[in-house]
Write a protein that binds this ligand. Structure first.
Ligand code: GLT
Ligand code: MN
Ligand code: MN
Length: 388
């Protein structure tokens, strides 16, 4: 039995805001004390994590002086080097400050849009100083409760202009960032712009430098939209746009829960891990989740260890799935091959099209065949439940 203890080679990362979450929610105060960033670095390293990600204000308070900023950054860098952790991803807090209450890049107030750009460039400077190469943009406040303001088309234009500006800034500074847009359908706004992975992918194609932009899909966010997370991730991989990933879990139809990875839907988590491992995703596996509000600090570390262990256990199941003769036979039977027809459908030529149109298909046989998915799915379940 492998012991499922993570090492930095597994490339697991956590946000400072995740293990640093104090349990505050819209109805109640914090249930845990604030833990300082250098301490979080030390604890994550001891658990076997690879890196830590941050918003500008997770490390540097929004009203810090330049001297305070520099001292906090130096202390954090010292902790990173003492404990061997890296910062692969950075992002901007464009949602906590009341200035952003009606949007940041999509605010109807040109001064707020300008402030959002300025704050993001300074946060990009910070990320670059810490060695980050991925820049996440989660537009939590980019949306509306009411559409009486009539800004829907303008907002998309403002969003596009801002992203183009930030890409140009990154290039001008030689930062070499790859930007990852993180979709979410709602919360904290009633309707957030670019609500799903598919809508973000469509928007990226309209940018000046689309090759610099990809997505940062989150398990909970697609689930909140009632969509399948593995399907969304597959589309991002297919488009060459899976620049980063936020792993957690979520009950459908609830508020944003950010549950421990695999806690709610282990079967969906299995198919996701299979997709990431089989497609050769090499980026960080970032847990954007937090311990239940009920927990004390011990619960926070049990949560963090649990996220990583569950990923490694599911990765082991992925290998067992690939080595299971009965499962592989069922999979092979599921995919019907037909060399003659595949020769005609592979490439369009007038001759192939003509032959295909003339081919007589046995429709009744096609409709009668049972593909064996019930048996295959049950085999998968038994593997997951530990009896094979
Ligand atoms: C916030 C949000 C997350 C985003 C983070 C990045 S912050 O916690 O709920 O999904 O990934 O800005
Ligand atoms: Mn979330
Ligand atoms: Mn997230």
């Amino acid at each position: 039995m492998p012991d499922f203890t993570p090492t930095p080679a597994d490339r697991f990362t956590f946000g400072l805001w995740t293990v640093g979450n104090t349990g505050r929610d819209p109805f109640g105060e914090a249930t845990r004390p604030v833990l300082r960033a250098p301490y979080l670095v030390e604890k994550l390293a001891a658990l076997g994590a690879y890196g830590v990600n941050l918003h500008d204000n997770d490390l540097v308070p929004i009203d810090a002086t330049a001297a305070q900023r520099d001292a906090l950054v130096r202390e954090f860098q010292q902790a990173l080097s003492d404990h061997g952790l890296v910062v692969p991803m950075a992002t901007t807090n464009l949602f906590s400050d009341p200035a952003f209450k009606d949007g940041a890049f999509t605010s109807a107030d040109a001064r707020v849009r300008a402030y959002a750009l300025s704050k993001t460039m300074r946060a990009m400077d910070l990320g670059a100083e810490l060695g980050a190469h991925t820049y996440v943009l989660w537009g939590g406040r980019e949306g509306t409760e009411v559409d009486a303001g009539g800004k829907l088309l303008d907002a998309l234009g403002w969003f596009r202009d801002s992203l183009n500006y930030l890409a140009a800034y990154s290039e001008s500074q030689g930062y070499g960032y790859r930007f990852a847009l993180e979709p979410k359908p709602n919360e904290p706004r009633a309707d957030i712009f670019l609500p799903t992975v598919g809508s973000a992918l469509g928007f990226i194609a309209t940018l000046e430098r689309p090759e610099l932009f990809g997505v940062n899909p989150e398990f909970a966010h697609e689930t909140m939209a009632g969509l399948s997370f593995p399907h969304a991730v597959a589309q991002a991989i297919d488009a060459g746009k899976l620049f980063h990933i936020d792993l957690n879990d979520q009950k459908m139809g609830r508020f944003d829960q950010d549950l421990r990875f695999g806690a709610e839907n282990p079967k969906g988590a299995f198919f996701l891990v299979q997709l990431l491992e089989d497609s050769g995703y090499a980026g960080p596996k970032h847990f954007d989740a937090h311990a239940l509000r009920t927990e004390d600090e011990a619960g926070v570390w049990a949560f963090a260890r649990g996220c990583m262990r569950t990923y490694l256990i599911l990765k082991d199941k992925v290998q067992r799935f690939a080595q299971d003769a009965e499962i592989q036979a069922a999979l092979a039977a599921y995919r019907v091959q037909d060399a003659e027809l595949e020769a005609l459908t592979g490439t369009f030529t007038p001759a192939n099209a003509g032959a295909l149109k003339a081919h007589a298909f046995d429709r009744a046989a096609l409709g009668t065949r049972g593909p064996g998915l019930e048996a295959l799915d049950q085999l998968t379940m038994e593997l997951l439940l530990g009896v094979r």
